[in-house]
Design a binder for this molecule. Sequence first.
Ligand SMILES: Nc1ncnc2c1ncn2[C@@H]1O[C@H](COP(=O)(O)OP(=O)(O)OP(=O)(O)O)[C@@H](O)[C@H]1O
Length: 337
Amino acid sequence: MSALIEFQGVTKRFGDVTALADVDLTIAAGEVFGIIGYSGAGKSTLVRLINALEPVTSGRVLVDGVDLTALGERELRSVRAGIGMIFQQFNLFRSRTVFGNVAYPLKVAGWDKARRRERVAELLKFVGITDKAWHYPDQLSGGQKQRVGIARALATNPKILLADESTSALDPETTGEVLRLLKRVNTELGVTIVVITHEMEVVREIADRVAVLDSGRVIEQGSVFDVFSAPKTGTAKRFVGSVVRDTPGGADLERIRSRHGGRLVSARIHDAGRLGAVLSDAVGKHNVRFEIVYGGITALSGRSFGGLTLELLGADDDVDALIDDLRTTTEIEEIPA
Ligand SMILES: Nc1ncnc2c1ncn2[C@@H]1O[C@H](COP(=O)(O)OP(=O)(O)OP(=O)(O)O)[C@@H](O)[C@H]1O
């Protein structure tokens, strides 16, 4: 796994505001890397440092082994040429057709007319909007506009694509289509993609690895499976909780409580969890009955994880003994009454 983008102890301040604090991050060539954080966490600042639109306050940013902090403006322009970018609001030229928008970076890069035409046709085909070549952005849906944005960003064959909240303005169905297209950009064209988002669903859909940014710091990073199945920090738990509903909270918990008077425990399931077998063995030994009252199993990256909430019915001593028994093999927590 060779590093394509590396942050080494990067701090970025704007006056008194520390937008990024001592960030270490390694993004490998060929992966889809998610950066998730709430508003103001420092995501856009991080993107602006990758394409060298801002200088760092301290630390180093390396792209393809080249230390950006040591480069002059002329060399930075050539680094930027290898990085494509797509935006939440698409940033298309309203006065140019789809063809004109996608051809624009090629024109700037000095491609002649015949090659431009050929390249644009190829790109429009790849993103699936060949029939819209002579339409203007105002005549397109949000999803179509983002396809144009993607085609334009890929025009000059960048190695890296930065996607800054690229699906935040789209409805869920269109979001899914655009994310599938981005995945194809990654797998078929080999482009490394950095996805900046505040939506965990986006990370789950396409990212291989993820970093959680909070107040300018990377508070968690790892494979999407590891972060989803065992978030360590409160912020990561909240993000994961927004898409994975395997333990009840709020109104769900109230509803369960109103219907079930017994003691409630939540059990974690990892991979091919043997919870079913463990439960039936344990229940056989103790004079306790159980009912499954809540749960969910999430499949991710070919693996599974989740949680089940059980109501345990029996004398307190028996329930205690059962819980102790389960604890020897299973991560289990009693939900306080
Ligand atoms: N040019 C700037 N001048 C002053 N402060 C800035 C500047 N750019 C960003 N900041 C501050 O740095 C912090 C991080 O901002 P940033 O835009 O990177 O966060 P974000 O995670 O992208 O948030 P959002 O999703 O709202 O854009 C914020 O406190 C912001 O106000």
